[in-house]
Design a protein. Structure first.
Length: 191
């Protein structure tokens, strides 16, 4: 469909431009209609950490993408160890959750991540995201209303989870590690 400049870690349907695909191209967030590619923020081949507008913003490998609504997108900045907000109308970035540039493992309203990868919706009421926290070997829940972060109390610790997704029809959470997909029972958190 289109060629990219770097690795693609994530892609989702674009709510801002109907019919487009929103995707992470290395250190940038882009959108495509299949014919042309439009840069939203970042630079696919230049890593760093700068809150900014359009190509002046810097990321260090975007992993996951979650669109809160048509104008606000949360991305996981893997090597900056945080989640960041992208404002689609202004092409501007702001910190969202975690301490960018400071890896760690802490829950609460001043949390720390260590290489967050994927982002998906865990529940709608209240709105909670599930984030795979790769180097902390954890799945973390982020409440969108107060940005409070908690670690899911899994019966067995996942080793370097990369992707996590909720399957409503099975009432289960799935996550990937190395060459496996594992299922979490959301009643007792058994894996």
């Amino acid at each position: 469909l289109v060629r990219t400049q770097s690795q693609i870690h994530s892609m989702v349907p674009d709510k801002f431009v109907e019919g487009n695909i929103l995707f992470a191209d290395g250190n940038s967030l882009k959108t495509t209609d299949g014919k042309s590619v439009h840069l939203i923020v970042g630079n696919p081949t230049v890593a760093g950490y700068v809150e900014g507008t359009a190509s002046l913003a810097r990321f260090s490998s975007i992993g996951g993408i979650y669109q809160i609504n048509r104008t606000h997108v949360v991305v996981s900045d893997i090597n900056n160890h945080c989640l960041r907000m992208v404002h689609r109308e202004t092409y501007h970035t702001t910190p969202f959750v975690g301490r960018c540039g400071a890896p760690g493992n802490r829950d609460g309203i001043d949390p720390q991540f260590y290489s967050p990868w994927s982002i998906d919706l865990l529940s709608e009421n209240p709105p909670v995201l599930i984030v795979s926290d790769y180097n902390n070997n954890a799945l973390r829940a982020v409440n969108l209303l107060d940005r409070n972060v908690s670690t899911l109390p899994l019966a067995s610790k996942p080793t370097n989870p990369r992707s996590a997704m909720l399957d409503k029809s099975r009432d289960a959470l799935f996550f990937s590690i190395l060459r496996q997909i594992r299922k979490v029972n959301l009643v007792d958190y058994s894996v």
